[in-house]
Design a protein around this ligand. Structure first.
Ligand code: AMP
Length: 429
């Protein structure tokens, strides 16, 4: 019987060794930005009760309706793999009494998310998000801080050519009024809309504005704009946000049709999109990430009313942009010595030497399974390591090691106990 060859589950990815430098670079960069911004790290689980997302992300959103990996566990609990991080962070904020902490409470997280979507460029079923949340500050300045953190991350990564899309979706009162107008506008035009939009019309009218279908885009472009219907408080808040951005000379694009798909947002919403034609291979999945204010969610989850705002960015998309823009990123310091041995005693001594080298902070590689010096040297050359340390039978007896420079061919014998000092003297870091 033919043996089964296993393959990746559709929409999942292996992150191979040659890719890791991008991931390290992104994680290290964002951690630095968050530390400087006074954010504390939180690690959330990948599994939560399904109800958490139904209640926050929203029953009628695509995520909850169609995209969650939901199952009943062996204890009979209905659970889901996290499709996004904000609901978990809000749960943790309440569950661990963070309301008692000095406000604003600023948290960030990095983790895999799961959505059963149609995989394509920039869209996977498991993907990584970097997200952050600020609790306890309802001011426009807090919205701007959240936007600036995102901006700073992109800047610090060296990414150029991105635009900030921004809008306000008001409070529940503004939205109720807007929904009415939207439904009125769409009612007579529904035959022109796609099948999805017909569903959205019934279940989640705001999402009508998110449709990417060409014929629906035309409908969207003439539809009412929520900014025209904001109450005076929400209008004032939004104006303040924009004034801050003007003052800071942060360019933005007022996008009256940006609503973001989730139920919990209010007031400011934003996304960062790569700009420029042909610079990205992300296809139509262009948002690098986004976020907004969600002042009612903590209360909805049983906490005290707490204004909050946050954002998340997609790591795969950011990495794709780094590659598209051919950004130079620093590689981790290379391993620089290769230990070559001949004979059983030498092998034992080599294991000890390798351990001591690494303990002293010197990268060491070897090929202990190979017997011939020639083939070990070849391996060193293939790995691009130009310094080899050789221990043969004579060196075991003399308690010495040969240092050989593979480029010049020059070699020198050094006492075993002095080898680390000697290497530190001659090898650049
Ligand atoms: P959202 O929570 O849908 O606004 O997503 C925030 C960001 O996460 C997006 O802008 C993407 O960068 C990333 N993202 C969301 N869904 C996916 C996906 N299926 N595959 C890859 N990245 C995603």
């Amino acid at each position: 019987m033919a043996k089964k060859k296993f393959q990746l589950v559709k929409g999942m990815s292996d992150i191979l060794p040659q890719e890791q430098k991008y991931w390290d670079y992104v994680f290290q960069t964002v951690e630095q930005v968050f530390r400087l911004g006074g954010f504390k790290k939180i690690t959330i689980p990948i599994l939560e009760f399904t109800e958490l997302f139904e209640k926050s992300t929203g029953q009628d959103t695509d995520i909850v309706q169609k995209e969650m990996y939901t199952f009943t566990d062996l204890g009979g609990n209905l659970v889901s793999l996290c499709p996004e991080g904000t609901p978990s962070v809000v749960r943790a904020y309440i569950e661990h009494g963070m309301a008692q902490w000095q406000k604003p409470v600023k948290l960030y997280y990095i983790g895999p998310m799961f959505r059963y979507e149609r995989p394509q460029a920039g869209r996977r079923r498991q993907f990584w998000q970097i997200g952050y949340e600020v609790f306890g500050d309802g001011s426009a300045a807090s919205d701007v801080e959240v936007i600036l953190i995102f901006y700073q991350i992109l800047e610090k990564l060296g990414i150029s050519g991105f635009t900030l899309q921004i809008n306000s979706i008001g409070c529940s009162k503004c939205r109720a009024k807007f929904k009415e107008e939207l439904l009125f506008y769409y009612k007579g035009r529904l035959p022109e809309a796609c099948a999805n939009c017909k569903e959205r019309f019934k279940k989640n009218p705001l999402r009508l504005l998110d449709c990417k279908e060409r014929k629906c885009q035309k409908l969207v472009s003439l539809s009412p704009q929520i900014v025209d219907l904001l109450c005076s408080d929400c209008k004032g808040h939004f104006q303040e946000v924009l004034e801050f951005l003007d003052d800071l000379e942060i360019p933005y694009n007022l996008n009256p049709y940006l609503v973001r798909g989730l139920d919990y947002y209010n007031r400011t919403v934003f996304e960062f999109w790569p700009s420029g034609d042909g610079e990205t291979s992300l296809g139509s999945q262009t948002a690098l990430g986004g976020g907004g204010r969600y002042d009612d969610l903590v209360e909805l989850f049983g906490g005290k009313p707490t204004p909050a705002t946050g954002a998340a960015l997609g790591v795969e998309r950011v990495i794709q942009l780094i590659k598209d823009q051919k950004l130079k990123i620093s590689e981790p310091s290379p391993i620089f010595v290769f230990v070559v041995q001949l004979g059983d005693e030498a092998k034992k001594k080599s294991v000890k030497l390798i351990y001591q080298l690494r303990k002293a902070g010197i990268g060491a590689e070897s090929s202990l399974g190979r017997e011939s010096i020639k083939s070990q040297m070849k391996t060193a050359a293939k790995l691009g390591i130009s310094t080899t340390l050789i221990i043969g039978q004579k060196e075991v007896l003399d308690d010495t090691v040969i240092i050989k420079d593979m480029n010049s061919g020059v070699q020198e014998t050094v006492n075993f106990n002095e080898i680390i000092d000697e290497l530190k003297k001659r090898l650049p870091r």
